[in-house]
Design a protein around this ligand. Structure first.
Ligand SMILES: *Cc1c(COP(=O)(O)O)cnc(C)c1O
Length: 455
C-alpha cells in the first residue's frame, strides 16, 4: 500500500498536524513524536523503525489471545461478505448476535442470562446506568438513582463512564455529573499500613455502608466495581473485601454491578473476576477481552432480578446503539471464545502465572520496589522512595514515567499508573516471554535508580 511508504518522521509530523490522541499531552507529544506501531505477531509489536517490543500490556488490557490470529480475520472476512451489517432494533436480529448472547450466558457468573451489546466499555456502562435507573422506576422506587463507586475506579470516558469512574483528573475536565459518589478503594499498600490486609478489606467495604447511610439507601441505585481495579493501578482487594461488599448490597437492597471489562475472559485465572472472588453480581460489563481487541465490541450481561421486571413491566426500553450486536463484531467474538476454550488459555495462563509470580519475587527485592502484587495475568510493581518505610514519592507519577520510558527504550511495553508499573500480558505468554519481561524490567529499574540518584 503506497501510503505505507512514508518515513517515521513524515508519519510523526502528519500525526502532530492532524491527529488528537486520547489521554495525551499534545504539546509534549508534538515534541517527541509518536511511537508508530505498524504490525504485531504473537506477543511482539513492531514499530515504523522496525524495532521490536514485548507487549506486556496486551495492547490496552485487551489482546488476550495475542496478535496475528488468522481465524479471527477470516471470520470477519466471511461475515462481511455474507452480512456486513444489520441492526437489532425493532424486532430484528442477526445470527451472530444471538449465538454470542447464548454462549455468554453459558459462561457468565450467577444467573446472568441476557446480553445487551454495544461497541465500547464506556457505552456498556452508559447502558448500565440507563437500565438500572429504569429498573428502579419500574419497581416504583424512582428515588433510587445514585451510583456508588470507588476512587481510582475506571469505568470509561463517556459522561456516565467518567462519572462512575473515580479519576479526579477526569472529573476536573467537565466530567462529573450529579448522582455519582465515590468511596475509598481497597488499596492496602497506600492506605492500609496500620491494618492487616484482612482488616483493611472490611474497613474499605464498610466505607460503602457509610456512604449509603449518608445518602440514604432509598436514594441508592447500585454499587459498581471492578473485581481488581485496572487503570487505577491494579488495586487487588484483600480476600475479605468482596464478601462484605456483597453483604452490604443485599442488606440495603442496592444492585451490584461488576465491571469485568479487564478482569473478564481469563485475566484473573477464571472466565470472570466474579468467579475468582465468588461475587454474585446483578449485572456485569464486558469489553476488551471479549473480542481480544480485534474489533470493537462490548456488552452487559443482566441477571433475572432485572430482566424479569424489564421484560414483564418495562414496555419499550428507549436505549440502544446503531452497532448493538454488530454481526461482524459478534462473529469475531464467538471465534475468540472458541480460541480461549480450545487452547485452554485460562487454565494454561493460570498455571504459567506461578512462574511469573516466582520471577516477580526477584523484582520485589529491588530497592526501588515497595511491593509486587498480582493475580494470575495482571499485576503491578509499586515503585517507592523508601522501601523500608513504605514511603511513596512526593511527586506522584514522575518516577513511574521515567521507568516506563526506559522500558520502551529496552523494547518492553509496560504501563505506568502513578508510580506503579503495570503488567497485563496476553494469555499466551510462556516462560521465555516471562524471562524476557523480568530481565528487561530489571534493567529498566536499575536505569531508573541511576537516573533519580543523579538528579
Ligand atoms: C477500558 C475500560 C472501560 C472503558 O472501555 P472503553 O472501550 O475504553 O470505552 C470500562 N471499564 C473498565 C474496567 C475498563 O478497563
Amino acid at each position: 500500500m503506497a501510503y505505507l511508504n512514508r518515513t517515521t518522521k513524515q508519519w510523526q509530523d502528519m500525526d502532530t498536524a492532524h491527529h488528537l490522541h486520547p489521554f495525551t499531552n499534545y504539546k509534549a507529544l508534538a515534541k517527541e513524536g509518536s511511537n508508530i506501531i505498524v504490525k504485531a505477531d504473537g506477543v511482539y509489536l513492531t514499530n515504523s523503525d522496525n524495532k521490536q517490543f514485548l507487549d506486556a500490556m496486551s495492547g490496552l488490557w485487551c489482546v488476550n489471545v495475542g496478535y496475528g490470529r488468522k481465524n479471527l480475520a477470516e471470520v470477519a472476512y466471511k461475515q462481511m461478505q455474507e452480512l456486513p451489517y444489520y441492526n437489532s432494533f425493532f424486532k430484528t436480529a442477526t445470527t451472530p448476535s444471538i449465538e454470542l448472547a447464548q454462549q455468554l450466558a453459558e459462561i457468565a457468573p450467577n444467573d446472568l442470562n441476557h446480553a445487551f451489546f454495544s461497541s465500547s466499555g464506556s457505552e456498556a456502562n452508559d447502558t448500565v446506568v440507563r437500565m438500572v435507573r429504569r429498573y428502579w422506576d419500574l419497581k416504583e422506587q424512582p428515588k433510587k438513582k445514585t451510583f456508588i463507586s470507588r476512587e481510582y475506579a475506571y469505568h470509561g470516558s463517556t459522561m456516565a463512564g467518567v462519572s462512575l469512574g473515580g479519576m479526579t483528573g477526569m472529573h476536573e475536565q467537565g466530567g462529573l455529573m450529579p448522582g455519582f459518589e465515590h468511596v475509598m478503594p481497597p488499596y492496602w499498600y497506600k492506605y492500609g499500613a496500620e491494618m492487616t490486609p484482612a482488616e483493611f478489606g472490611i474497613f474499605t467495604a464498610n466505607k460503602i455502608e457509610e456512604k449509603i447511610n449518608e445518602i440514604g439507601a432509598e436514594n441508592i441505585a447500585a454499587f459498581i466495581g471492578e473485581p481488581i481495579q485496572g487503570a487505577g493501578g491494579v488495586i487487588i482487594p484483600p480476600e475479605t473485601y468482596w464478601p462484605r461488599v456483597q453483604e452490604i448490597c443485599k442488606e440495603y437492597d442496592i444492585l451490584l454491578v461488576v465491571d469485568e471489562v479487564i478482569c473478564g475472559f481469563g485475566r484473573t485465572g477464571n472466565w470472570f473476576g466474579s468467579d475468582t472472588y465468588n461475587i454474585k453480581p446483578d449485572i456485569i460489563t464486558m469489553a476488551k477481552g471479549i473480542s481480544s481487541g480485534y474489533i470493537p465490541l462490548s456488552g452487559i450481561m443482566v441477571g433475572k432480578r432485572v430482566t424479569d421486571i424489564l421484560i414483564e413491566k418495562g414496555g419499550d426500553f428507549n436505549h440502544g446503539y446503531t452497532y448493538s450486536g454488530h454481526p461482524v463484531a459478534c462473529a469475531v467474538a464467538i471465534e475468540n471464545l472458541k480460541i480461549i476454550r480450545e487452547e485452554n488459555l485460562i487454565e494454561n495462563s493460570s498455571k504459567t502465572s506461578v512462574y511469573l509470580e516466582k520471577r516477580m519475587k526477584e523484582i520485589a527485592e529491588h530497592s526501588l520496589v515497595g511491593e509486587v502484587r498480582m493475580k494470575s495475568f495482571i499485576g503491578a510493581v509499586e515503585l517507592v522512595k523508601n522501601k523500608e518505610k513504605k514511603e511513596m514519592f512526593a511527586e506522584t507519577g514522575v518516577v513511574g514515567g521515567i521507568c516506563r520510558d526506559y522500558c520502551t527504550e529496552n523494547g518492553l511495553v509496560m504501563r505506568a499508573v502513578r508510580d506503579g508499573m503495570i503488567f497485563c500480558p496476553p494469555l499466551i505468554f510462556n516462560n521465555n516471554h516471562i524471562d524476557e519481561l523480568v530481565e528487561k524490567l530489571k534493567k529498566s529499574l536499575d536505569q531508573t535508580q541511576d537516573h533519580i540518584s543523579k538528579s
